[in-house]
Design a protein around this ligand. Structure first.
Ligand code: 3PG
Length: 306
């Protein structure tokens, strides 16, 4: 019987675990569950004899891959796979996949939720502002960017997008104005919502020069990764522009300095929770289980990222 380890430091909703179990049961695969582990040694032990692995933002390092003697496939139940050591996977002939799109709506709803929250002064009782008629820039028009734009249309926002990997015609078809550079996006839009992945090219790529271009009462919304922000330069923008706010799904490393000096101009989730809905967990977890079975039984490598 094939064994599938679900290793989630931040657990899926119970309904999603039930969904994964149902999918695996049908294929006669065994579910091994490791949730809320506090030490990596628990992960290393649990992965030893499994054939497949499902994780969320859990770090699948070379050490993990080396410890997993029977591992054939690891699926990151989610979009960003910057937590997987792809080289280590490839070296051990382990297929790595993600489940693109499965949790995107949840992340997009949080992005809009945080925008409303900051526009209303973090619900401090004073008069805030509205989103209707404001310009929103989508930085990378992938699955999450798509849903952010769809929801923002309901708010009556004017939407722009920059994505060098997406055809401008596709963006236009969605009633969004494509722009040709990040600089143009930031200088046009009061709100910018980040959806770029974290990789060697994008790490620390959002800094003073871009943020300082934003129009008055600028808000940066980050449901992507904290690593794409240049934090020293973020602090400089906060210091130089009293009208700048930052909302982010997972706090930056410099959160204490921001909290001490820039009260009311930020909101950070205590733990990354963009994808923390029952629906997103069921979709991403269920897709991961199905992809594992389809790979092991039929060799299907759709969604392979290494
Ligand atoms: C993703 O890349 O899919 C999101 O950041 C969700 O991450 P999580 O599964 O750790 O919540």
């Amino acid at each position: 019987m094939k064994k599938v380890l679900v290793a989630t430091e931040k657990p899926f909703a119970p309904a999603a675990v039930a969904q994964i179990k149902e999918v695996l049961d049908k294929a006669n695969y065994e579910l091994v569950l490791l949730e809320k582990y506090t030490d990596n040694s628990e992960f290393l032990k649990a992965v030893e004899d499994v054939d497949a692995l499902i994780v969320r933002s859990d770090k699948v390092t070379k050490e993990v891959v080396d410890a997993a003697k029977n591992l054939k496939i690891v699926v990151r139940a989610g979009a960003g796979y910057d937590n997987l050591d792809l080289e280590a996977c490839t070296a051990k002939n382990v297929v790595a996949m993600n489940t693109p799109g499965q949790n995107s709506n949840a992340v997009a709803e949080l992005a809009l939720g945080m925008m409303v929250m900051i526009a209303r002064g973090n619900y401090n009782g004073k008069a805030g502002t509205e989103l209707r008629g404001k310009k929103l820039g989508i930085h990378a028009y992938g699955n999450v960017g798509y849903y952010v734009a769809e929801i923002a249309k309901g708010f009556g926002m004017e939407i722009y997008a920059f994505d060098p990997f997406v055809d401008n015609e596709e963006i236009k078809k969605a009633n969004i104005t494509p722009v040709d550079s990040a600089e143009e996006l930031y200088s046009t839009c009061q709100y910018v919502s980040l959806h770029i992945p974290s990789n060697e090219k994008t790490k620390q790529s959002i800094g003073f020069d871009l943020l300082n271009k934003m129009p008055k009462n600028a808000t940066l919304v980050n449901t992507a990764r904290k690593e794409v922000i240049h934090e020293d330069e973020l602090l400089k923008v906060f210091a130089e522009r009293e009208d700048f706010s930052y909302v982010s799904d997972i706090a930056p490393d410099c959160k204490n300095e921001i909290a001490d000096k820039f009260e009311g101009r930020f909101f950070f989730t205590p733990k990354k929770m963009g994808a923390q809905t029952a629906e997103a967990n069921i979709n991403a977890g269920g897709a991961a289980a199905n992809q594992i079975i389809d790979f092991i039984e039929n060799g299907n490598t759709t969604f392979k990222v290494n």
